[in-house]
Design a protein around this ligand. Structure first.
Ligand SMILES: [Zn+2]
Ligand SMILES: [Zn+2]
Length: 115
């Protein structure tokens, strides 16, 4: 567990084209809330726009995630933000990322499927 939390390692959502990251959360937490004037987001009751969920330890779930991510190269630290989970986080019912997986919509029609 040597380099688990290197500062600035920049955990970012592993879903293609999604740019939600630890840094964005950090910047948001330290910015002033529009509704709760003069309070920083981290001190107010507003719900965070998203959360980052770590790659599961369970081997089977990991494979499901990798399949869902559908990326050739996976980042070193895999995180997926809450926007891709039906329940907003991995749950027993919906343990894998399913929403806003953008690759699904990109020119599926024009590509030939060869099996
Ligand atoms: Zn607020
Ligand atoms: Zn995301």
């Amino acid at each position: 567990m040597a380099d688990k939390y290197k500062t600035g390692s920049g955990e970012i959502c592993a879903v293609k084209y999604c740019s939600n990251s630890r840094k964005i959360l950090f910047l948001r937490d330290n910015s002033e809330c529009g509704e709760h004037v003069a309070i920083l987001h981290k001190d107010c009751a507003c719900i965070r726009p998203f959360r980052l969920h770590k790659f599961p330890k369970n081997e089977e779930k990991r494979r499901e995630w990798i399949k869902a991510l559908n990326r050739k190269e996976l980042p070193k630290h895999i995180c997926v933000c809450s926007e891709h989970f039906k329940d907003g986080k991995p749950t027993p019912r919906n343990p894998t990322p399913k929403l806003k997986l953008t690759y699904v919509t990109s020119d599926v029609n024009s590509s030939k499927f060869i099996y």
